[in-house]
Design a protein around this ligand. Sequence first.
Ligand SMILES: [Zn+2]
Ligand SMILES: [Zn+2]
Length: 463
Amino acid sequence: MAAASSSSCGGGGCGANCSSSASPATDDAPEEKLGRLSISTGGAASCGKCGGGAVVVVAGGVGLCAECLRAQLFGKFKLAVTSNAMVRPTDSVLLAFSGGPASRVALQFLHEMQSKAIESWDASNSQALPAFDVGVAFVNESALSSKPKCEIELAIADIKSIVSSLLPGDKAMHIAPLEDVFSSESNDREGRLRELVSMVNDDTGREDLLQCLRMLSLQKIALQNGYAKIMMGSCASAIACHVLSATVKGQGYSLPADVQYVDTRWEVPVVLPLRDCLSQELSLLCELDSLKTEQLLDRPCSGINGLVASFVARLREENPSREHTIVRTAQKLKPFSFNKFSANGYHDFLPSRLRPKFQNVDSDESTFPEVFCIICRSPFSESELHNLESTKHKAQKKIDLYTAYCCQSCHFQILPGGTNLGDQFFSLLPKFWTERVDTAPAGNCSLRDQIEDYLLEDDDDEN
Ligand SMILES: [Zn+2]
Ligand SMILES: [Zn+2]
């Protein structure tokens, strides 16, 4: 899963957590093709919505024809976008594209929404709302890959051609090497990335650290190019995997933050419009509509993440709607105040029935500042806060302070043991993270401040 993927922070595509990749095109008759693609067998013979034939069976055993499946998925996407005010007409949206089916569908749907907006803008002689901008980001992890260079180049060329084929609406394409998360003054950035990653002994920890670095990479791209939102392709299946693995890793306190449509704890808010779609449905749509995907650069999950992914795959075999059940259960947890947009700046574009949803954020809940883990940005639990406070007062070695700024889970899973290793590890981390410790009691030193020189004009009223 190349660009940001499955879990909380990542998520362009569902990557390895998320089932079938695009298989090579075949010449089957439509009915046979649909039969082969069906998610489970034994469903209805005609479409449950329109009564048409040629049915694929989707979650819950409901048969849908290709048209109705597409309409249903697009409907979920659009509802998530509009009812959570994910995209304002004046926004530039950065889509995190991994090349996998989930982020491919997100790209397609976002493109369709943009095309419609452009159409009505043109048709209305610029009297309607302006159309939002879309950019696409791919995080290139070839520094950590053993794949031959030419293969990687081919995959990236594929990704570029997918994006450039989506017209109208020019979409800027950002291919960012993962090692760019280190500031430009470090000379051997590739080497530094490799060294950092190799210091984490635990497979799961290494994978999670990479996920955090991907998110940092996306944030940098978004900030440097003036994007207002980052859209991820994290689907229900990927989120279900994250729910279970986060539980196993002891991240229960921060879990609710990761399963919402909107997450504004980052410098550039992150939105997850495919939260209600299953990976299999999305893969199916890619096949039915011949949406090209590119997963050459995916890597399989390992450690806890890999175990959980195969466990969820087995649950899915028994009953395809299990993933929905897991996600819905996690959604019963109380979200954090940063899991919605504040009213500020959104009202103008919202239908009045939705306005109350965005009104009361600033007043009560968000008054006390959250402290976040410098690595994974999990909000601190009470015990983590206590620990941080007492460490700060004792004024010990710097490494103790750094460690206290890491959540319990990162502490156990990612940080190497021993003072010497710890010192080295923190010295290798991207400055954006470690500088948060130096400056801010509440961990508030923003990425925006640090790369201010690179930023485009800041015309926004938010943040
Ligand atoms: Zn139908
Ligand atoms: Zn953490």
